[in-house]
Design a protein around this ligand. Structure first.
Ligand code: ADP
Ligand code: MG
Length: 293
C-alpha cells in the first residue's frame, strides 16, 4: 500500500472522472478527464500502459521532463510556456499505467483538417507555418528538439477555422546540448536524411519535418512516398522531390523557394527556424494575397 506524503490524491480516479477517447497513438490512449469538484475543469489525460513501453521507459521519462519545463503549474518547471506548446498539469502512476494530465485542446488533428480540405491556400498555409516555426524556434532556443513533428501530433486548439495550432507528443523529444544526437526515432515519411543515415543529428531535423508538412499543406500529398520503406528511405536520402504539374502550377515561386530551403539534404545549407521566419513567404505578404490556392 502506498503512503501519500502530500495532499495529492493517491489515484487519478479520486480527482478525475476519466471519460471518452479523444485520440490514440502508437503507445497511448488519450481520454477526456473532468475534475470531480466544482467548478468542473476539463483536461486531456494521456494513458500509457507500462507493459507496452517496457525497455523504453526513458522515452516516457523524457516526455515528462520536457513537458514539465514548458508548464506553468509545475513547481520545478522553468515556466517556459508558449501559446503553441501544450501544457502538462500533473502525472499519476499505478501498477499498470502512467497518466499525464494535460491541457485539453478540442480542434482535432491537423491531419484530419488536411484530409477534410484537400489542401490549404497559400495564405492559410503560411499563417499556420508561421506559428509552427515560432513554437519550434522557441523549443530550439531552449535546447529541445521535438523529433516527431507530423500532422497527427499538431492539434488545433478549438474547432474554429482560425484556431491556433498546438504542438503535442514530446515522446521523442530530446535536450540538444551537445549539438548532435544519435538515436533512431520518428516516423519515416517525415524523417530527415540524417535521421535515416543514422549519423548525428540535431535541431535541423525539425526544420525538415516542417518542410514536409509545408509541402503537404500546399498540395495535399507528401513529397516523399513509397509503399516500401527501403525505397522511401532511398528517396529521402537523396532529397529528391518534385513540384508536379498541374498541382504545383498555381503555387508561388516564393513558396517553392522556401520549401527547397527546408527540404535541403545538406544540414549546413538547410534553413534554421529563424531563417524560415525571415523568409518573405512567412514574414512578408508573399502569401497573404494568394488566397485562391
Ligand atoms: P502517442 O505518443 O501515442 O503518439 P499522442 O501524444 O500523439 O500519443 O496522442 C495521441 C492522440 O491523442 C493525438 O494524435 C491526438 O489525437 C490526441 N491528443 C493528444 N493530446 C491531446 C490533448 N492535449 N487534447 C486533445 N487530444 C489530444
Ligand atoms: Mg503521437
Amino acid at each position: 500500500k502506498q503512503i501519500s506524503i502530500s495532499d495529492k490524491p493517491a489515484t487519478i480516479e479520486q480527482k478525475y472522472d476519466i471519460l471518452c477517447l479523444l485520440g490514440s497513438g502508437a503507445f497511448s490512449k488519450v481520454r477526456l478527464a473532468e475534475t470531480k469538484t466544482q467548478p468542473v475543469e476539463r483536461y486531456a489525460v494521456k494513458i500509457i500502459e507500462k507493459k507496452s513501453i517496457k525497455g523504453y521507459e526513458r522515452f516516457l521519462q523524457n516526455e515528462i521532463s520536457v513537458l514539465k519545463r514548458f508548464s506553468k503549474n509545475d513547481p520545478d518547471g522553468e515556466k517556459l510556456t508558449h501559446p503553441n506548446i501544450v501544457q502538462l498539469f500533473e502525472t499519476f502512476e499505478d501498477e499498470n499505467k502512467v497518466y499525464l494530465v494535460m491541457e485539453l485542446v478540442t480542434g482535432g488533428e491537423l491531419f484530419d483538417r488536411i484530409v477534410e480540405k484537400g489542401f490549404y491556400s497559400e495564405r492559410d498555409a503560411s499563417q499556420l507555418l508561421k506559428q509552427l516555426f515560432e513554437a519550434v524556434d522557441y523549443l530550439h532556443q531552449h535546447g529541445v528538439v521535438h523529433r516527431d513533428l507530423k500532422p497527427e501530433n499538431l492539434l488545433y486548439d478549438t474547432p474554429d477555422e482560425d484556431s491556433k495550432i498546438m504542438i503535442t507528443d514530446f515522446g521523442f523529444a530530446r535536450m540538444d546540448n551537445s549539438g548532435t544526437m544519435k538515436t533512431e526515432c520518428g516516423t519515416p515519411g517525415y524523417a530527415a536524411p540524417e535521421v535515416i543515415a543514422k549519423v548525428a543529428y540535431g535541431k535541423a531535423v525539425d526544420v525538415w519535418s516542417l518542410g514536409v508538412i509545408a509541402y503537404i499543406l500546399l498540395c495535399g500529398y507528401p513529397p516523399f512516398y513509397d509503399d516500401n520503406d527501403a525505397m522511401l528511405y532511398a528517396k529521402i536520402s537523396k532529397g529528391h522531390f518534385t513540384f508536379d504539374s498541374p498541382y504545383w502550377d498555381p503555387i508561388s515561386a516564393s513558396a517553392k523557394h522556401l520549401i527547397m530551403k527546408l527540404l535541403c539534404v545538406c544540414v549546413e545549407e538547410r534553413y534554421t527556424c529563424q531563417q524560415a521566419l525571415q523568409h518573405p513567404w512567412i514574414s512578408g505578404n508573399a502569401a497573404i494575397c494568394r488566397n485562391i490556392h
